[in-house]
Design a protein around this ligand. Structure first.
Ligand code: ADP
Ligand code: MG
Length: 703
């Protein structure tokens, strides 16, 4: 499978649903044109459509009478437009639409500002639902900026109760979707099968699949919606967890030769390292040793906050494997990091006689081919690389151990893809993004976990401050003083994209300003558009203390290790997420020197952004920050960012929903324990669901 195809997952469709995967174009009412439109919202099969859940609902069972409307309330009325006036924007006046709305009890004015295009949807003589806030203007009530939807007489949809609203796209209206889903539901009822076994549904009082689908698309009550949602959340988690357990079991089906660890290697490395390992590091090393030496394959997650010293752990294990005559691959997200890792590894491996090399996509073809050849002949022991490692033409002689650093930057599928290049390879994934336990189960449920909670001895946390714009001068003064003392400084600039020159402009401009500001100091500029030679030379200069201040974009977020740089200033910190800020701060706590983290925040940033900065200022504990992140953003969003290409849909949206995950996990465990291959009759549909998943290549082939 090519890596690209792994990303091309449909957005929706967790559960196995229909006996046949019916492409959406065969569904009545869907022609080629609508097919394209539906594809845009992730609907490819009938099943996807049925699982295209509403994003919100409106209760239309309480329509209010115009003569009883009260000021200040948000109300729903059903009324006819009797007149319509559009005034264009004019010298600072906003464009306004005014409409007189009438029902059998009275009149009210509807008013919309700054949305002149709405006039195309409002027609005199037609009736609509209007939903909006009632306000008083002069002496009369108005309904302001109401949402509206046309009442369709030829429409056979009964939309007087609770009405579903879907995420739309151009060419698709709420009514289109409602009608389409309804038709599908009634036409294909008999094709829809149940995936949650009866006893589980009974135990938790979940509605069956038909009830649940109707409860989510055309609910009779809000209670209906709630029960249906819970069922679907359970279903999603349940299947996900079964997959995880299955995968874990499959990984361990085959035996391989055991491997014995040569402890003299460990001693040599420890010697090269020059520090004592922390207790947690020692423990993690033991755990990884037991993985790589075992005659069964293993996969493990090594979790430890930024700067907790994961690299050494992975390196020691890597050297032992390599010294036993097997190959090791280190996958990292960026070229900069690849180069740094290679250097670190070379330093630690002194005297071990290991061949370490690097592969990145920036490499010239000839050089790349040369590396491919050496890898397949076993002439390289340890290869460090970026995504370039996933290339189909890259083959190993005997890959036994795969290390994936900064795991959150890769998809699950990618790590599996790399591991598949060795028949018997173990995987160690390292993550510096601490993950709340509930989420960790979902994302990494198939992995053993090692934790590094202890920091290297004497490590100090960065003093963190939110700085007002007008105090910028003080920060600059502080920078001068620290440079005077011999320290180095990062100034980080937030950029949304680095793809074009234009986007980059602010950082470049900023750099020029700073060069003038710090006349006597040496400045460097680093960003994603530099080619790898330029990047490397800037970094080398910084590393060798030939640059005092490195002005950089997020390129430095991940893993960069320059202990003497102890001051960081972040511009536009509100543009970064919590995890990113935490990662950034991790760059300056790489030694026992005191360190300082300044976020220069403008006055007018959103309160949610300010909250993020306050969290960072309050704590350095990555796990606490992760919990806060979950709270501030909700799991749906986190799923997406924590793990590219993971289960893409998640109807779970609040932390409460995550509680269902624990239940789903324990039920899944029970099921797999009793019936590992899902052969029992009551698991037949579940088994098909899982198969479908695997067939689609979505995630989890045993690697
Ligand atoms: P991360 O977990 O973020 O990948 P690294 O492995 O890059 O952390 O280690 C962070 C820094 O701490 C490095 O400079 C490393 O050499 C140093 N370090 C790691 N372990 C120890 C230790 N036990 N004692 C002192 N310094 C350590
Ligand atoms: Mg690291």
């Amino acid at each position: 499978m090519k890596p690209e195809t792994l990303h091309a997952m449909p957005e929706k469709g967790c559960g196995y649903l229909c006996k046949k995967m019916i492409p959406i174009r065969y569904v009545k009412g869907v022609g080629p044109k609508r097919e394209k439109i539906l594809n845009r919202v992730g609907v490819f099969f009938l099943k996807d459509l049925l699982y295209y859940f509403p994003v919100r609902y409106q209760d239309r069972s309480h329509i209010e009478q115009i003569n009883l409307l009260e000021e200040g309330k948000t109300s729903l009325i059903r009324a006819e437009i009797t007149s319509l006036k559009v005034s264009q924007a004019f010298y600072g006046r906003k464009a306004t639409i005014r409409a007189s709305l009438r029902d059998s009890t009275g009149n009210i004015q509807g008013i919309w500002f700054n949305q002149p295009y709405l006039k195309d949807y409002l027609k005199i003589g037609l009736s609509y639902y209007f939903y909006g806030k009632i306000q008083r203007y002069n002496d009369r009530l108005q309904i302001v900026s109401a949402e509206f939807e046309r009442l369709n007489s030829e429409d056979d949809l009964d939309i007087s109760g609770i009405v579903a609203f879907y995420r739309l796209t151009q060419g698709l209206s709420q009514n289109n979707l409602r009608r389409l889903i309804r038709t599908c539901f009634s036409n294909y009822r008999n094709q829809i099968v149940e995936t949650i076994p009866f006893d589980i549904r009974k135990e938790y009082n979940f509605p069956n699949i038909l009830e649940a689908l109707s409860g989510i698309h055309s609910p009779a009550s809000f209670e209906d919606i709630k029960r249906s949602r819970q069922r679907f959340i359970f279903e999603e988690f349940f299947i996900m967890q079964i997959l995880l357990f299955r995968r874990k079991a499959e990984l361990r089906l085959k035996r391989r030769p055991a491997l014995s660890i040569d402890h003299s290697v460990v001693d040599k490395v420890k010697n090269n390292f020059g520090f004592t390992l922390t207790g947690d590091q020692e423990k993690a090393i033991c755990e990884v040793f037991s993985d790589v030496s075992s005659d069964l394959r293993n996969s493990r997650l090594l979790q430890g906050d930024v700067g907790s010293g994961k690299t050494v752990v992975a390196s020691i294990a890597a050297f032992c494997v390599a010294r036993s005559g097997f190959q090791v691959a280190f996958m990292v997200p960026t070229e900069v990091l690849a180069i740094q890792h290679k250097k670190t590894l070379e330093g630690l491996a002194k005297g071990l006689d290991l061949k370490i090399d690097i592969i990145t996509s920036g490499l010239a073809i000839k050089k790349r081919k040369d590396i491919y050849a050496k890898l397949s002949q076993g002439k390289i022991d340890i290869i460090v690389g970026t995504h370039a490692l996933l290339n189909e033409d890259l083959r190993f002689k005997n890959l036994r151990f795969v290390v994936v650093d900064e795991q959150h930057r890769f998809g699950v599928a990618q790590r599996a893809l790399l591991a598949r290049k060795g028949i018997d390879a173990d995987i160690l994934v390292m993550s510096a993004t601490p993950i709340p336990r509930s989420l960790a189960l979902t994302l990494y449920g198939d992995l053993e976990v090692s934790l590094i909670k202890e920091y290297p001895k004497g490590r100090k946390f960065a003093r963190t401050e939110i700085v007002k714009e007008k105090e910028r001068g003080k920060v600059y003064e502080f920078i001068r003083q620290k440079v005077q003392e011999g320290r180095q400084v990062y100034i980080i600039y937030a950029l949304v994209e680095e793809s074009s020159q234009e986007d980059l402009y602010p950082a470049v401009q900023m750099y020029e300003r700073l060069v003038k500001e710090f006349k006597s100091l040496r400045l460097g500029l680093l960003h994603g558009r530099l080619d790898s030679r330029q990047k490397q030379s800037v970094l080398n200069n910084f590393k060798n203390n030939e640059i005092d201040i490195l002005v950089s974009t997020l390129v430095v977020e991940v893993g960069l290790d320059i202990p003497n740089a102890t001051v960081m200033v972040v511009e536009n910190p509100e543009r970064f997420g919590l995890a990113q800020l935490h990662q950034l701060r991790g760059r300056i706590t790489r030694s026992n020197l005191p360190s300082y983290f300044f976020m220069i925040a403008k006055k007018d940033i959103y309160s949610s952004a300010r909250k993020r900065l306050e969290v960072i200022a309050e704590t350095c504990d990555g796990f606490k920050i992760a919990e806060q992140d979950l709270e501030l953003r909700g799991p749906g969003d986190l799923f997406g960012t924590l793990q590219a290409g993971y289960l893409p849909t998640s109807i779970a949206s609040s932390q409460d929903d995550l509680k269902i995950l624990e239940t789903a996990r324990s039920r899944a465990f029970k099921v797999i324990k009793k019936d590992p291959y899902l052969e029992l009759r009551q698991h037949k549909e579940l088994n098909s669901a899982i198969k479908e998943y695997i067939d689609k290549g979505l995630l989890w082939q045993a690697s």
